[in-house]
Design a protein around this ligand. Structure first.
Ligand SMILES: Cc1cc2c(cc1C)N(C[C@H](O)[C@H](O)[C@H](O)COP(=O)(O)O)c1[nH]c(=O)[nH]c(=O)c1N2
Length: 234
């Protein structure tokens, strides 16, 4: 067979089901981290999964900053605390009280922190696919985040994304050069349990939207008649 073609490319039904289970049971983890270290071979698999994400023009704009030193974690946590306070002040009184009760990071508890960044100049000024949509390099780095997030779930590891932090504070805490854009700070580790539903859903912050309300047909149009696909979504 042609060596450029994947052999045995089809997923078995079991493999397919495993992928969907991984997607459905992935959670944003904040408060359930255990201190157990992550074995290097597991961490290597996660980073390799991230590195196999799609990227605009095959730019691979990411770098991966691993954070295991408690002192560095403390700096990141201090940056979070500042931003968290600022954010709390922006909700109305009722919302602010609920917001303050939410656990929104596991920076100190998770054994590993990981900052995924984007080098926007990595492959020069002209990139296939980015000319008219300049944010595509950032979106590529987000694809790396999601690959890692799902791979971690398959490794029975939790991941939590912490975006309540100013980019420049994160740069300062991690020594990231000004030309490099931080994209995601992730907390990674073994967990005591995974919640069945998003914590913000359980807390009554927001519900999951009905998928059928988000699907349109042949443009921004609703279907007036029967639509079997919509029934299949319920
Ligand atoms: C870009 C981005 C940024 C953040 C998040 C996610 C994403 C995609 N989420 C997690 C978010 O709250 C969570 O994904 C949703 O509530 C849905 O829950 P599950 O991920 O399905 O558990 C998140 N969670 C948190 O506790 N602190 C945070 O700062 C952030 N920031």
């Amino acid at each position: 067979m042609d060596a450029t073609v994947q052999p045995n490319a089809d997923f078995s039904p079991q493999e397919r089901d495993a992928v969907y289970r991984c997607i459905a049971t992935r959670r944003d983890v904040r408060g359930q981290f255990l201190p157990d270290p992550i074995p290097d071979e597991v961490l290597a698999r996660l980073l390799d999964a991230a590195h196999h994400a799609p990227s605009v023009g095959f730019m691979q704009p990411w770098d991966f900053i691993l954070v295991r030193d408690p002192e560095v974690k403390r700096k990141v946590h201090a940056a979070f605390a500042t931003a968290h306070d600022e954010a709390a002040g922006m909700f109305d009184d009722g919302r602010a009280a609920t917001y303050r009760k939410l656990k929104l990071e596991g920076i100190l508890e998770a054994p590993v922190g990981l900052c995924i960044t984007c080098d926007r100049e990595r492959t020069g000024p002209v990139v296939i696919g980015r000319t008219h949509q300049p944010e595509m390099d950032l979106y590529s780095a987000v694809c790396a985040v999601q690959n890692l997030w799902l791979a971690a779930r398959a490794e029975n590891l939790g991941v939590g994304w912490v975006s309540i932090v100013r980019y420049d504070d994160l740069r300062a805490a991690l020594g990231i050069p000004p030309r490099i854009q931080p994209v995601a700070y992730l907390c990674i580790g073994r967990v005591s349990h995974f919640f069945a539903r998003p914590e913000l859903e359980t807390a009554g912050w927001l519900p999951r939207l009905p998928l059928r309300d988000l699907v349109w047909f042949d443009g921004w149009h609703r279907r007036t008649g029967a639509e079997p696909l919509l029934d299949a979504l319920d």
